[in-house]
Design a protein around this ligand. Structure first.
Ligand code: PLP
Length: 396
């Protein structure tokens, strides 16, 4: 099977897992701390907080904006209809209202034009945030999105879960806004199984995310100094321990040392991994170039960190997505649909269907006809030749 994603546990991975076991501590500790410092440095921000998943990072991040008073509960959030469902779910679960604008057909990202068009016909006071997603590794036009946000007094929160190391003019995505989330789920650009992170330059928000991920406990220190008999939060009163005194309401979104140790290893290999993925996209584009009348191939750029190899069927009379994906599966090539247009194609959001049907034509088309196969670093030349041959066989 040529999988969409893959993660191989080699000698180095086994070694770091064994180091964690030998350390005697598997819940959050020194590896999580090291991961946070290294990922913050890699992205180019002051703070990183590791969490159990990208979904929990989104929820904790949005809640931190609400708790800090930077955005209002119940306010509207401009976001994309085409993304993994977690983005919308987090908005809903935080008591915010997602408002969808259409995407660009080539990058799958929401466009500044569509955002501004919406704001011009709305009451901007009802909105608090723009939440763009850098889908499949493609960067949204952050310079323009930030300008619009400033004009209408909105904040921006980037969902960079699929875009580790994607750059805009040399700067990482995730650094253009007040905060960003990343996911390190198994099939992502860099990966550890299950883990997420919030990155930000805002110390207060980083502290709040630390609290929220630990049931709202008072501890928000970047580094715990209790074992040196120093705790800036003590005494809470004569008898209370800040670890068990909760001044806000939160979740348990903590991660584990194993994931963080694997994450540190992944960070050390990030350039090599992303380069290999990019090369694979280029090679696959070469193999499939004769089918450009039937398929929209992914646009290639040196600054993009590809999550996968996304394709959109242009000639749906020639072949349907269902048939093409089935044929690929029959030939051992795994694929995934490009998520669906959330308000019109995802059952959980059917309450929005009437409101949005026909309003998001690009998203609806991508949701119906888009899909992706793997471009991961473990693909071999043979795999790429084979994928080319199979597409030729199916589409001839
Ligand atoms: C764009 C986007 N946001 C958020 C998430 C949530 O991440 P996780 O699966 O780690 O919860 C994902 C996961 O695939 C994603 O693709």
């Amino acid at each position: 099977m040529i999988t969409v994603g893959d993660f191989r546990i080699g000698a180095e991975e086994k070694e770091v897992i064994n180091e964690v076991i030998k350390s005697g501590r598997i819940s959050e500790g020194k590896y999580v701390k090291k991961f946070e410092l290294e990922f913050a440095k890699k992205v180019g921000v002051k703070y990183c907080v590791a969490l159990s998943s990208g979904t929990s990072a989104l929820i904790a991040g949005l809640l931190s904006l609400i708790y800090s008073g930077k955005i209002k509960k119940g306010s509207k959030v401009i976001t994309t209809p085409v993304t993994y469902i977690a983005t919308s779910n987090a908005i809903m679960l935080c008591g915010l209202e997602p408002v969808y604008v259409d995407i660009d057909s080539k990058t799958f990202c929401i466009t500044p034009e569509n955002i501004e068009k919406l704001l011009k016909i709305s009451d901007p006071e009802e909105y608090s945030l723009i939440l763009p997603v850098h889908l499949m590794g493609y960067p949204c036009d952050m310079e323009e999105i930030v300008k619009i946000a400033q004009k209408y007094n909105l904040l921006v929160f980037e969902d960079a879960a699929q875009a580790h190391n994607t750059k805009i003019k040399g700067k990482n995505v995730g650094t253009f806004s007040i905060m960003a989330d990343y996911s390190f789920y198994i099939a992502h650009n860099i990966q550890v199984g299950e883990m997420g992170a919030i990155v930000t330059d805002d110390k207060e928000l980083a502290g709040l995310v630390r609290q929220i991920k630990a049931n709202g406990r008072m501890c928000d220190c970047l580094e715990c100094t209790r074992n040196q008999n120093k705790c800036p939060k003590e005494p809470v009163d004569d008898d209370n321990d800040p670890r068990f005194t909760h001044n806000i309401i939160g979740y348990n979104f903590k991660t584990m040392e194993f994931q963080a140790a694997l994450g540190i290893l992944q960070i050390s290999k990030i350039e090599e991994i992303i380069k290999k993925r990019r090369e694979n996209v280029k090679k696959l584009n070469e193999k499939l170039k004769n089918f450009e009348n039937i398929l929209q191939l992914p646009y290639y750029d040196e600054n993009i960190s590809y999550l996968a190899y996304p394709l959109v069927i242009k000639d749906t009379l020639k072949i349907s997505r269902l048939k093409l994906r089935k044929e690929l599966a029959n030939n051992g090539i795994e694929s995934r649909p490009l998520f669906g247009c959330i308000p019109t194609q995802q059952p959980a959001y059917s309450f929005l269907k009437d409101k949005y049907t026909g309003k998001l034509p690009v998203a609806e088309n991508i949701g119906k006809n888009g899909f992706y196969i793997g471009c991961h670093q473990y693909l071999t030349e043979n795999d790429i030749d084979y994928i080319g041959e199979i597409f030729k066989k199916i589409l001839k």
